[in-house]
Design a protein around this ligand. Structure first.
Ligand SMILES: C[S@@+](CC[C@H](N)C(=O)[O-])C[C@H]1O[C@@H](n2cnc3c(N)ncnc32)[C@H](O)[C@@H]1O
Length: 201
């Protein structure tokens, strides 16, 4: 399959959201994770299948792929998945209370190569601050990309935030990680950059 980048400007989404009570919606699922920009949802579905006791939230700016993934999840009878068409930052800020997420996943975020579009990159100072408030104390933020320039930018923002420290040899990457774009990188033998981060103590 071809590797085609079709970017949707996240700033097209500005409508604020109402808080959502996930405990009420999913009373039997105590642990919550969230993927921002799930794309085809390959990782999200596998994660939800592997960990049926956990609630997996997915937020994605491209409307059409949200419906496609919802249909696939319904077909698989995955009742631990909740998907939303919207913007990651707005969703986390408005809909989720603080200290609720065990894991946040951001895989192969759109690189937005042009300098004037850098502000559309999903990993921003603002998002890092909001994620740090939504993670539980020992929660983890997992990020990957195969774009070296973007990885440098992500690492710099994380360092500047002073909120996170890297977790070495996190087993997640060997055990659970695989996404539509990571499979492209594997196929094309591209270097991949990935790291898990925990909150600074
Ligand atoms: C290159 S794709 C990667 C998809 C998937 N994570 C993977 O690894 O296969 C990036 C995805 O993030 C979505 N996205 C970009 N900015 C976003 C934002 N601010 N909030 C939610 N989704 C976003 C895009 O629509 C796109 O589907």
């Amino acid at each position: 399959m071809a590797r085609i980048r079709t970017h949707t400007n996240p700033f097209n989404y500005f409508e604020r959201m109402k808080p959502i009570d996930f405990n009420e919606k999913f009373p039997n699922l105590k642990h919550m994770d969230c993927e921002i920009g799930f794309g085809r949802g390959i990782f999200l579905r596998e994660w939800a299948k592997s960990y049926p006791e956990r609630l997996m939230l997915g937020i994605e700016v491209r409307k059409q792929i949200v419906s496609v993934l919802q249909e696939r999840c319904n077909k698989d009878e995955l009742d631990n998945v909740w998907l939303c068409n919207g913007q990651g930052l707005i969703f986390l800020e408005d809909a989720l209370p603080k200290k609720t997420l065990s894991n946040v996943f951001i895989f192969h975020p759109d690189p937005w190569f042009k300098k004037r579009h850098h502000n559309r990159r999903v990993v921003s100072h603002e998002l890092l601050a909001v994620i740090s408030e939504r993670l539980i104390e020992d929660g983890l933020l997992h990020i990957s990309t195969d774009v070296s320039e973007l990885w440098d930018d992500i690492l710099l923002k994380i360092e500047e935030s002073k909120l996170y420290e890297p977790v070495e040899n996190e087993e997640f990457w060997k055990k659970d990680y695989s996404s539509h774009w990571s499979l492209f990188s594997d196929r094309d033998n591209r270097s991949q950059f990935y790291q898990s981060f925990k909150l600074k103590g």
